[in-house]
Design a protein around this ligand. Structure first.
Ligand code: ADP
Ligand code: ZN
Ligand code: ZN
Length: 726
């Protein structure tokens, strides 16, 4: 009796064995509905075998194997296995959570919209004679003759023959009688395709000359240097070879713009956009089309790295430095790193693109682990980089957060009918409620963070746990009634601007104003059609957008990140300011960037004024080398949270006591986390690092199962491999 070993969405790192009399090797990668406890659950068949360790009388029988869609490819199963080993996370949870929600439940999937799939006979299939099929298999005979007549059949045509005929498709695919006819991939575009700059040509031809094998490329191009055009050419090359391309982009709202660009360039190609806004059935359809090789271009945020793509030929990770490629809960994977794994697995090139590469990537490029491509000039003729100037706030009086020179510059922009952008650095900073007489500030009672002021609805809200409350009428500590919002969040900045420029059309962009569906499209439309004079916003605005009429960027509160306890804060601030500066002066309007700061002589601002990524990267790398931080070491963090800090610390100490002998490993002491309290829990962590990834991994392999043996009823714990947050 065949045994199927199934990956289930349960928090134990093991597969579950079931009897399934109709199972065979070719069911590997299919979904199976099985009994688990007293429930019916669905999992993925990882192996089919004949033996099990489970006593015969205990082995349960699977209810059903779903065969209506193709099984997961071996490559994808291998990717899950790698994830499970590397991130020390249960295989079943990885597998199930990477699937579209509709594949995780006990129902067969119904594809509303699969008309596009067509099957044709293979050379082998064409040799089959009707008479070789037993006459009692009427449906099979009928299906074969339909194929011989029509040459290509769609699902609905096959359904008309009979329901049983659909089931035959899976079998015939396995037998190699038929194949799916790939969607036509002949790029034909009416859009004007620009002639490449010399640097773009060099980049494109370097990658193409090495296209048939695994290689990681860093495409380091300043903002506006035309990285997208390089991607487009490489994708065209992949499509011409009938290959699929996977394009990963950060978790922000760049997709509408990119989708528009890609679809205009490749109008005949099925492009799937997998982002967090997709509903379940959109995600399922996209996923299946990618798996069937109908979709040729998959564009998506980090989860898209798990899309099945049997014919993958190229991977692009745009804005590779972006922290949203790293998932911050559950399976803490880095989609960028997994993209590299997939490229190696498929023996294809992967392009990491950025204007400000992460230091890890830059380090790998300069030490020749990756190949390094540079674009140093802007692609559009005459477009130059903006002038970046610092306004020393020690010498200029602040007026509601603005200095005189910045207000003047904004005014000039208005007169010239150009757009401007006021960028607020929010990292480690938020407008708080402050009592000027006793210096009391409003804190969240559930976590240790300060509450953020939202003037519009006169609420205080916690940006860490979501808690909200009303403004107090007076200071709870000293009774003073004159408590004021301190600092300048986006709303307050907007108010100040309204007062100063009553006729200006001001648009605020933040998480709140972009939450609605299509909000981004409307915002971008407003910007592009000149319905906006001044944009106000945070990180969200910094990335990738192309605003041709924007000529001034004002930057507020950047200093907060200069002296942070997080060793990555400078790197991030620099990347952000480079990105946001890159918004200015993209087309024919020269741009200017004004930074309000108390520390104009800081090396970071120096490098920024010179547009010199390399100078800063080298400075930061030198610092990290001395301090022994990544990329010179590899890290993992064991995180624990409990109702009180003692419990969390105690758990970590016990875990530390269980550590196997250290081989080239540094194991630190448990410490309270930076944001101590989160959602009513207190958090602590324990850092492990090593100069060798291999040593780190083998240490974790030994240690991890031991941690499981600890009683942890009162503690929630998790391991974060290659953490990017302290
Ligand atoms: P990046 O992503 O590197 O910041 P983009 O890809 O957004 O830059 O390109 C910036 C602008 O330059 C876009 O408007 C794009 O259409 C244009 N562009 C790109 N390549 C060329 C080229 N070879 N000739 C003319 N314009 C180009
Ligand atoms: Zn007070
Ligand atoms: Zn809170």
């Amino acid at each position: 009796m065949p045994i199927i070993r199934v990956a289930l969405n349960v928090p134990v790192d093991t597969l579950f064995d079931y009897q399934a009399d109709d199972a065979s090797e070719r069911d590997i990668g299919l979904r199976a509905c099985v009994p688990f406890g007293n429930k019916r659950v669905t999992g993925i068949i990882v192996t089919v075998c004949t033996k099990t360790q489970v006593p015969v009388d205990k082995v349960k029988t699977a209810y059903h194997i779903f065969r209506e869609i193709n099984p997961l490819t071996p490559a994808l199963l291998e990717l899950f296995q790698f994830c499970s080993q590397y991130y020390h996370y249960p295989l079943g949870m990885i597998t199930m959570n990477s699937l579209p929600a509709l594949l995780r439940n006990n129902k067969a999937v119904k594809l509303k919209d699969a008309a596009q799939t067509r099957w044709i006979l293979t050379d082998l299939g064409k040799q089959i004679e009707i008479n070789s099929i037993p006459a009692r298999n009427r449906v099979a005979r009928r299906l074969l003759s339909e194929f011989q007549i029509a040459s290509a059949l769609t699902r609905s045509q096959i359904k008309q023959i009979s329901q049983r005929a659909i089931q035959l498709i899976t079998v015939w695919l396995q037998l190699g009688w038929i194949v799916e006819m790939a969607a036509k991939a002949m790029p034909q575009s009416t859009e004007r395709i620009p002639e490449l700059t010399t640097e773009q040509v060099a980049a494109v031809s370097a990658v193409i000359s090495d296209f048939a094998q695994f290689q990681t490329w860093l495409l380091h191009g300043i903002t506006g240097s035309g990285k997208t055009e390089v991607y487009l050419r490489l994708i065209a090359y992949a499509l011409a070879q009938d290959k699929q391309a996977l394009v990963l982009i950060p978790e922000i709202n760049l997709t509408p713009q990119l989708v528009a660009i890609f679809s205009a360039r490749f109008p005949d190609v099925l492009l799937i956009n997998l982002h967090s806004g997709c509903n379940d059935s959109e995600r399922l359809t996209g996923w299946i089309r990618a798996q069937r090789d109908e979709a040729k271009i998959i564009l998506g945020t980090r989860l898209a790295v798990f899309t099945p793509m049997p014919n993958l030929g190229l991977i692009i990770v745009d804005e590779e430095h972006d922290s949203s490629f790293k998932q911050q809960d559950g399976l803490r994977y880095s989609a960028r790193d997994l993209a590299i794994f997939r490229a190696r697995q498929s023996n294809i090139p992967v392009i990491l693109g950025s204007a400000t590469p992460s230091l890890e990537t830059y380090f790998n490029a300069t030490t020749h682990r990756y190949r390094y491509l540079r674009l140093t000039t802007r692609a559009v003729q005459n477009a130059t980089l903006p002038d970046i100037l610092c306004i020393d706030t020690r010498h200029h009086k602040m007026l509601d957060g603005f200095t005189e020179p910045l207000l003047k510059a904004l005014e000039k922009c208005l007169t010239d009918k150009h757009q401007s952008l006021v960028f607020i650095n929010r990292r480690g900073y938020a407008p708080v409620l402050l009592c000027k007489s006793c210096l009391w500030t409003a804190h969240c009672h559930r976590c240790s963070s300060r509450l953020v002021v939202h003037l519009k609805n006169r609420k205080l809200s916690c940006h860490h746990c979501g808690h909200q409350e009303n403004f107090p009428l007076a200071c709870p500590k000293c009774g003073n009634q004159d408590i004021v919002p301190f600092g300048h969040g986006t709303q307050r900045i907007e108010e100040t601007l309204t007062t100063h420029f009553p006729s200006a059309r001001i648009l605020r962009i933040d998480r709140d104003s972009t939450r609605r569906k299509n909000a981004w499209q409307e915002i971008l439309h407003a910007i592009h059609t000149q319905q906006v004079d001044i944009l106000v916003g945070t990180q969200l605005l910094a990335k990738g957008h192309d605003f041709p009429n924007l000529s001034l960027v004002g930057i507020l509160n950047a200093d907060h990140s200069l002296y942070s306890t997080d060793f990555r804060a400078s790197e991030r601030l620099f990347a952000q300011l480079m990105q946001v500066s890159g918004r200015a002066g993209r087309a024919n309007i020269p741009g200017q960037v004004l930074i309000q700061t108390e520390f104009p002589d800081h090396p970071l601002y120096h490098a920024l004024r010179q547009h010199d990524y390399t100078a800063l990267a080298q400075t930061l790398l030198a610092e990290r080398k001395i301090a022994g931080f990544p990329p010179y070491v590899y890290q993992a963090i064991l995180r624990a949270e409990a109702h009180n800090l003692e419990t969390a610390l105690d758990f970590l100490q016990q875990a530390k006591n269980l550590a196997p002998p250290l081989q080239a490993i540094e194991l630190f002491d448990p410490v309270p986390a930076h944001f101590l309290r989160l959602k009513g829990m207190e958090r602590a962590h324990l850092l492990i690092q090593s100069r060798s990834r291999k040593h780190l991994q083998s240490f974790l392999n030994d240690w991890y199962p031991k941690i499981y043996t600890l009683p942890h009823r009162k503690t929630r714990w998790m391991l974060d491999v290659d953490p990017i947050e302290p």
